[in-house]
Design a protein around this ligand. Structure first.
Ligand SMILES: Nc1ncnc2c1ncn2[C@@H]1O[C@H](COP(=O)(O)OP(=O)(O)OP(=O)(O)O)[C@@H](O)[C@H]1O
Ligand SMILES: O=P(O)(O)OC[C@H]1O[C@](O)(CO)[C@@H](O)[C@@H]1O
Ligand SMILES: [Mg+2]
Length: 475
């Protein structure tokens, strides 16, 4: 049987950045070690003189029994793992993360920086602590700095960087938030890279979402342009699950778990009141994953509204009539709505100037309040008594500490980031694909656009099967 064709991750239609040119297998053979294979840039591609140091895992076998667990650069994880017997199954593949036998940085020359950007997400502190610990405990790196308050911390005088130590980081994995602070906006590429150069940082770990990654890729490019030998690594952080390619990031499971409290409360209120309606608004401005998975987990939601679906409010097949039917038959109903759902109703399409936050994200009206008002007035007009309770957990689902599975994910992502940077890889993002930890070219993360719920997926179909909600469209 012939082997399936091997398709490097970003060889499809993406226009490749010259830095991330994929070497053909032949070039790799001629050049010895595979370099930049599968699109993950390596410092060796840009700098002639680059170190090659044996990993401490090779030499300090008494403390690290990892001798046989080095990951070769041609070990990959397949994207498409569902296949049919006998059919060729070419799949994209990503480089597997993990410790490499040889390092591009001597640990004593490493000055690392960690920055956290964007909104909060359960587990940020764990990632910060584990990057520090992996650098120090596995590789013996002495200097790991924390950049305060997101990107602006690189260049704002009153936000000096913090030299991280055990005391500062003690127990932070049990706390929500970010010990370093995080903000939106404040991305000044020139000043950020000036700061990286003047402080002598040669490894920069950037924890953040889609916006953060757009910035991180620019930092990577600018470092190369200025001939700065810096590994720039992204660690994906999103409770919304809106980052492409990866299974999901840390914090997502915690957010879904925390959302259960609100849904449970909505259910209790709805089932205890006369014609009770429990309405829960959950985060997710562009992608409805939190609402979708929280609905599946709860098992007692009647309607799940996410940004990806287009629903009618009025009319014989619209949402309001459906709620009335539910009340008639069940005497209560529970509705989950993602903050970005029903945008066509809450935002005036003609409006020319939309309000945006410091990062340029569009500010949205509270769709939960809007829907509560529409439901109440619709039933009131018909003289039907309803008791609607609106629950809006907003920041509660993302400010809590991470649950155990998320904390484990944080640890593994942080270790993957450190192993990759120490080996000299740069311009990459760590993540899980099919539950395996991989290095993904950052260019690919940002060029894929947002991850959104696929309405033809089996997962969304499971939601429809659980809620039994109709299409909510008149035609
Ligand atoms: N296109 C871009 N180029 C450079 N920097 C950007 C870009 N978009 C966003 N940023 C910067 O990245 C940081 C975080 O962006 P943003 O507030 O959009 O959060 P995010 O990383 O997407 O996380 P969240 O999941 O919370 O939305 C901000 O400092 C912002 O200025
Ligand atoms: O109010 P902030 O901090 O801008 O964050 C709100 C946004 O953050 C997110 O959780 C993403 O992190 C969105 O779902 C939400 O709209
Ligand atoms: Mg974002």
């Amino acid at each position: 049987m012939s082997l399936p064709a091997r398709v490097p991750s970003n060889s499809a239609d993406d226009e490749l950045h010259p830095y991330t040119r994929i070497l053909s297998p032949r070039e790799n053979l001629l050049g010895g070690e595979p370099v930049g294979k599968f699109g993950v840039p390596h410092l060796r591609q840009f700098f002639e003189h680059i170190g090659r140091f044996p990993s401490p895992l090779l030499t300090a076998t008494e403390t690290h029994s990892l001798g046989r667990s080095f990951i070769p650069d041609d070990e990959t994880v397949l994207v498409d793992i569902v296949t049919r017997w006998g059919e060729p199954s070419p799949s994209r593949e990503y480089m597997r993360s993990g410790p490499r036998e040889f390092l591009a940085f001597h640990p004593q020359t490493v000055r690392a920086a960690i920055v956290t950007c964007g909104g909060l997400c359960p587990g940020i502190n764990t990632v910060v602590k584990e990057i520090y610990q992996s650098l120090r405990n596995i590789y013996g790196v002495k200097e790991v700095h924390g950049v305060q308050m997101g990107y602006r911390g690189f260049y704002t005088a009153e936000l000096d960087t913090i030299l991280l130590n055990d005391v500062y980081l003690k127990g932070i994995q049990h706390r929500g938030g970010s010990v370093l602070g995080t903000t939106r906006g404040g991305f000044d590429l020139g000043l950020i890279v000036d700061s990286i150069a003047s402080r002598g940082f040669n490894q920069v770990y950037i924890i953040g979402g889609d916006g953060t990654h757009r910035g991180a890729y620019k930092i990577f490019e600018e470092c190369i342009r200025r001939r700065l030998m810096v590994s720039v690594v992204g660690i994906p952080k999103t409770i919304d699950n809106d980052i492409a390619i990866i299974d999901h990031s840390f914090g997502f499971v915690t957010a879904v778990q925390e959302a259960q409290r609100a849904i449970r409360a909505a259910y209790v209120e709805a089932t205890s009141g006369y014609n009770g309606i429990g309405l829960v608004r959950l985060m997710g401005r562009n992608s409805g994953y939190i609402s979708m998975m929280a609905t599946l987990a709860a098992g007692d939601v009647d309607v799940c509204l996410i940004p990806e679906i287009d629903f009618d409010l009025d009319g014989p097949h619209g949402l309001l009539v459906h709620i009335e039917n539910l009340l008639r038959h069940k005497k209560y109903c529970v509705i989950v709505i993602a903050e970005g759902a029903g945008l066509q109703y809450t935002q005036n399409a003609q409006e020319e100037k939309k309000e945006v936050d410091a990062s340029g994200n569009i500010k949205m009206q509270n769709v939960g309040l809007w829907l509560a008002e529409r439901i109440n007035s619709w039933f009131s007009l018909r003289g039907i008594e309803v008791n609607l309770k609106f629950l809006d957990p907003t920041y509660e689902i993302r400010s809590v500490p991470a649950v155990a599975t998320d904390n484990i994910m944080c640890t593994l992502l942080a270790q993957s980031a450190v192993h990759g940077a120490m080996a000299g890889f740069t311009g990459f993002t760590c993540g899980t694909v099919n539950t395996h930890h991989v290095m993904i070219p950052m260019k690919e993360i940002i060029s894929r656009g947002r991850n959104r719920v696929d309405l033809s997926s089996r997962m969304w179909h499971r939601v429809l099967a659980a809620t039994m909600q109709p299409p909510l469209k008149n035609k």
